[in-house]
Write a protein that binds this ligand. Structure first.
Ligand code: 2BA
Length: 113
């Protein structure tokens, strides 16, 4: 199928949400590539999804991301962080788990050879 790629979505999601989101995107006909990644702060595995889309499809994919990647609060002991010396000791740190971080980037050119 020919399509005109105008936007690149870079979606960083929790590993436990990413497969479901990929299924929903694929069912809806949106191409997607999964890359294993690691967050700089928690140093936990997460997933980066790349999807090259027509501009009209961006909102539909963002709605799927919102539905499948619900943010939730998690508490992480400061000692479990890779750099405990950098943070004051004491209360566990509240972090956002799940959810997604999304970049929408203009595509100058898209080729397949
Ligand atoms: P991490 O860097 O491992 O961050 C995981 C979560 O830890 C963040 O969730 C946030 O709730 C918390 N956090 C991050 N830095 C913090 C800090 N300096 N102090 C206190 N809490 C902090 P999200 O913001 O939802 O980010 C989830 C993941 O998305 C990140 O994993 C990172 O892999 C990626 N990410 C987020 N913003 C990004 C950006 N501007 N550029 C590139 N990657 C980004």
């Amino acid at each position: 199928m020919a399509y005109f790629v105008q936007k690149l979505l870079i979606i960083i999601a929790a590993t436990e949400d990413a497969d479901r989101l990929m299924d929903r995107m694929t069912e809806a006909g949106h191409p997607v590539t999964k890359i294993s990644s690691t967050g700089g702060f928690l140093r936990r595995g997460n997933v980066t999804l790349l999807s090259g889309l027509e501009a009209d499809a961006v909102d539909e994919v963002l709605a799927l991301v919102r539905a499948e990647c619900q943010p939730r609060d998690e508490y992480v002991p400061v000692q479990a962080l890779p750099f405990p010396g950098g943070l004051p000791p004491g209360e566990p740190l509240q972090v956002r788990a799940g959810g997604a971080t999304i970049f929408v980037v203009d595509v100058d050119r898209f080729d397949k050879v």
